[in-house]
Structure formats: structure tokens, C-alpha cells
Design a protein around this ligand. Structure first.
Ligand code: NDP
Length: 445
């Protein structure tokens, strides 16, 4: 089947999965030329085998809340592809989670993991359970019930989950504990674990730090540095806070952060003390970003994302999918934005991406720019299987090298005739070719 025919067919078969269709369309459109140049891909219907997940587990998760009431949530694990390594990808706990969102994330993960140079396939999982407002014991009971169902499908060489939205060190710890009990093995089945039980140094920081390292590589192609640049960040979770930390270390100004209720604006730039406060607020007190505005007198835009009002040189969306639409993109460009580097997965809509590329600014899609997280997860798996633990400096050094290599691959496959680097095309083509060759070599499965 030709790439374009395939897209029409996919929309007919999965009409209620808009995020999944959006992600597939972006990739298929940018690899079409390469795909059509290989007639053997069409002969063996590679496109369908690459875009439709290997399998999907869907299950009910029943658990008891603090008042003794029985609650029911949905649980999912999408095992997209293990062509180049064991299934690998995070778990998301958020009320918005559904099969379409997890299918898009597992699909993206497959190409991202291929780019990292490490041996990892693609997967994603999660639940429509939201940890926000729940007690520790409720979160623990939910995680245990989730793993009581999922544990048979995962394992150190089969499928290795990690964190994502709503799943941090606390949740990974509870899930790992339950897995260990059910499977009767202590293994590297989860990444993002606590330091004391096999977690890698720099894993919590890796996605945010990695995104800044990728940004540095992009800026270097235009002879620019980060010093004094005004950076707007969305989100105030794991990715957002470590992005901010690295930016401050490198002399940039962080002018916004946000959560699902609103945005704080800091025209002079956040200080390290203020960032430490936000980190504690979100991770220990589980509070709202509005409270940081109250504490420090920042402007607070209730119910708004940063993009329409915050003027910046660089945008680093680090909250969720489709958080920058066409209007947001035009406002960013009008405000003088010269680079967008995505910490979140698919935060820009197709219209926004078109605007960035038309304006010829530096634009890096999440699958390249946020690949540092899963890369250090891959390094955690390597340390676990060797029963070794590397120093923070060693892991950070490897992370920098991996981000540089990903940037290099994007440049190699994405440079256009006028010299502009199309990072979307570069990342998709580089990620695709490796997985495609592996699928072809392994026969029809
Ligand atoms: P966290 O749960 O730690 O933080 C998420 C942040 O985004 C919170 O501030 C949250 O606000 C906000 N947010 C979540 N959903 C929405 C929404 N629908 N609208 C507005 N704001 C929202 O998650 P992470 O930092 O781990 O993940 C952020 C993004 O980065 C996701 O897209 C994830 O897939 C991606 N990513 C994460 C990696 C990782 O290693 N953790 C690796 C690669 C990508 P609130 O506090 O109100 O919920």
C-alpha cells in the first residue's frame, strides 16, 4: 500500500483516535519519499506493520479509596514495536488518558528510541487515574492494583516501563515493589527507580537536561548561545523543572512556568531559590503554580498557557500534547521567538509546526529534543544488567553525547536545499530507517 492510501485507510479504521492519526500522519508524510524509494517496503506492507501496534492490553483497575469506597479505572499498555529492542516507554496517570493518546505516544516512542542509538523498542501505558488530590496510601493501592494486572506482560527483557505525566519516583517505586512481589524477581523491569534500588543518577534530570543540550546544538548551527536568552517554559513537573534548572546554570532567563490551571510570568527571570520553591511546591506539597505567584508576587494568568502573552526568545513546551496551536505559534513568532525545543510529546499542533517551519526558526520535535529521558532509561537498564552504578558525571557525559548524535542524525536527514534543517523530517527519516530495516530482516511476524 502507498503511504497516502494507508493514511486514508487508517482514518477509516480508527476514526475515534485523533491523536494517534495526527502522530502517524506527521511521520508518514515526512518519510513518504524514502518509503516510496524502497519498493520492497510496499511489497511487504511495511507501513501497516510499522504504524499499527503489535498488541494492546486493556484492563479494569479496581481499588479502595480512603473512605472505603471501591473505585474503578481503566488500565492500558500499548506494546508498539520490539523490532530493535525490548518494548520501552513510560506510564501516564492522568484523567485525560485514553487509547488514542497512548497509541500516539507508543508510536512516537518507537521512533524516538530508535534515534537514541540504544537497543529499545517502543511502548506506552497508563490509566485515567489521576494522582492529584489522592493520599499516598490511595496512590499506593492504585499502583499495586494496576501492576497486579500488568505484571505478566512486562519484564527486564520483554517490556520496561518508566514514568510520564502523573508518574514520578513515588509511583514507579510502588509499581516496582508490586512487580517484584508478583514476579519474585529483583530486576531492571522499571526505569526511573529510586537510587537505592537500581535507579540511575541523572535519570530524573535527563529529559529536561537533554532538551537543553539539544537546544545548544541547534543554536550552535546559527552561531548563537544561551547566555541571556529569555525562555518560556510550560508545565512545572519533572521535565519543566529540570529544563529550568539547566537553563539557569547556563545563564538563560526562565520567564514562565505553568500547570493545568494557569501560568506564572517572571519578566526578570526566575532565581534558583524561586525554582527550588516551585520544585518543593509541586513535588512535596503537591500544590498549584498559583501559590508561587502569591509567594513571590509574580503575574499569574488564570486558565492560560504561556504562549499568547509571554514574550520570549525561546519556547520549551514541557506540559502536554497540542498545547501550542496556530494562534499561539503566530504570537510566539510576533514576539521574536527564534527557537522552539519540545520537552513534551507532540505539544505543537500541525498548524503550529507549519508556522515555525515557514518562519525558518529552529524547531525541534519532542521525539528528538526530549529523547534524553529514555536515553538515560536505556543507560539505567545497562547498569542494572551489569549490576553496576555509574557516576553522575559519566551518565551526564553520555547524555550529552547522545543528544549530539541525535542532532547530527536530524541534520544529516533533514537538511533542505536552502540549508534549513527540517528537524521533523530528519528525526522521522532517521528513526524510521533503522526500525524499517530491522522489521524487514526479521520476517513477517
Ligand atoms: P509531570 O506530571 O511531572 O508534569 C506535567 C506538567 O504538565 C504539570 O505541570 C501538569 O500540571 C502539566 N499538565 C499536564 N497535563 C496538562 C494539560 N492537559 N494541560 C495543561 N498542563 C498540563 O509530567 P512530565 O514532566 O514527566 O511530562 C511532561 C511532558 O513531557 C509530557 O508530554 C510527557 O509525555 C513528556 N515527556 C516526559 C518524559 C519524562 O522523562 N518524564 C520523557 C519524555 C517526554 P498539573 O500539575 O496541573 O497536573
Amino acid at each position: 500500500m502507498k503511504a497516502t492510501e494507508f493514511l486514508a485507510d487508517l482514518s477509516r479504521r480508527f476514526p475515534n483516535e485523533p491523536e494517534y492519526l495526527q502522530a502517524v500522519e506527521e511521520v508518514v508524510t515526512s518519510i513518504e519519499e524514502v518509503y516510496n524509494a524502497h519498493p520492497e517496503f510496499e511489497r511487504y506492507n511495511l507501513i501497516e506493520r510499522l504504524c499499527i501496534p503489535d498488541r494492546i492490553f486493556t484492563f479494569r483497575v479496581s481499588w479502595v479509596d480512603d473512605s472505603g469506597k471501591v473505585q474503578n479505572n481503566m488500565g492500558y499498555r500499548i506494546q508498539h514495536s520490539n523490532a530493535i529492542g525490548p518494548y520501552k516507554g513510560g506510564i501516564r496517570f492522568h484523567s485525560s488518558v485514553n487509547q488514542s493518546i497512548l497509541k500516539f505516544l507508543a508510536f512516537e516512542q518507537t521512533f524516538k528510541n530508535s534515534l537514541t542509538t540504544l537497543a529499545m523498542g517502543g511502548a506506552k501505558g497508563g490509566s485515567d487515574f489521576s494522582p492529584r488530590g489522592k493520599s499516598d496510601m490511595e496512590v499506593m493501592r492504585f499502583c499495586q492494583a494496576f501492576i497486579a494486572e500488568l505484571w505478566r506482560q512486562i519484564g527486564p527483557d520483554t517490556d520496561v516501563p518508566a514514568g510520564d505525566i502523573g508518574v514520578g519516583g513515588r509511583e514507579v517505586g510502588y509499581m516496582f515493589g508490586m512487580y517484584k512481589k508478583m514476579a519474585r524477581e529483583f530486576s531492571g523491569t522499571f526505569t526511573g527507580k529510586g537510587r537505592e534500588f537500581g535507579g540511575s543518577l541523572i535519570r530524573p534530570e535527563a529529559t529536561g537536561y537533554g532538551n537543553v543540550y539539544f537546544l545548544l546544538n541547534m543554536l550552535a548551527t546559527r552561531g548563537l548561545s544561551l547566555e541571556g536568552k529569555r525562555v518560556a517554559i510550560s508545565g512545572s513537573g519533572n521535565v519543566a523543572t529540570y529544563t529550568a534548572e539547566k537553563l539557569l546554570q547556563l545563564g538563560a532567563k526562565v520567564v514562565s512556568m505553568s500547570d493545568s490551571n494557569g501560568t506564572i510570568y517572571i519578566p526578570d527571570g526566575l532565581t534558583e531559590e524561586q525554582l527550588a520553591y516551585i520544585f518543593k511546591l509541586k513535588n512535596i506539597y503537591r500544590g498549584r503554580i498559583r501559590e508561587a505567584a502569591e509567594e513571590f508576587g509574580f503575574d499569574y494568568y488564570d486558565g492560560e498557557r504561556p504562549w499568547l502573552r509571554v514574550k520570549c526568545d525561546i519556547a520549551m513546551p514541557s506540559a502536554t500534547q497540542n498545547e501550542i496551536d496556530g494562534d499561539d505559534a503566530r504570537a510566539l513568532l510576533a514576539g521574536g521567538c527564534i527557537a522552539v525545543s519540545e520537552g513534551a510529546n507532540m505539544p505543537s499542533t500541525p498548524e503550529a509546526i507549519k508556522e515555525f517551519q515557514k518562519a525558518r526558526i529552529l524547531y525541534a520535535p519532542g521525539k528528538a529534543a526530549n529523547a534524553g529521558g529514555v536515553s538515560v532509561s536505556g543507560l539505567e537498564m545497562a547498569q542494572n544488567s551489569q549490576k553496576l552504578s555509574w557516576s553522575a558525571e559519566e551518565v551526564d557525559e553520555r547524555l550529552r553525547d547522545i543528544m549530539k548524535e541525535i542532532h547530527h542524525q536530524c541534520e544529516l536527514f533533514g537538511r533542505e536545499d536552502d540549508g534549513y534543517i527540517n528537524y521533523v523530517k530528519g528525526a522521522n527519516v532517521a528513526g524510521f530507517m533503522k526500525v524499517a530495516r530491522a522489521i524487514m530482516a526479521q520476517g513477517i511476524l
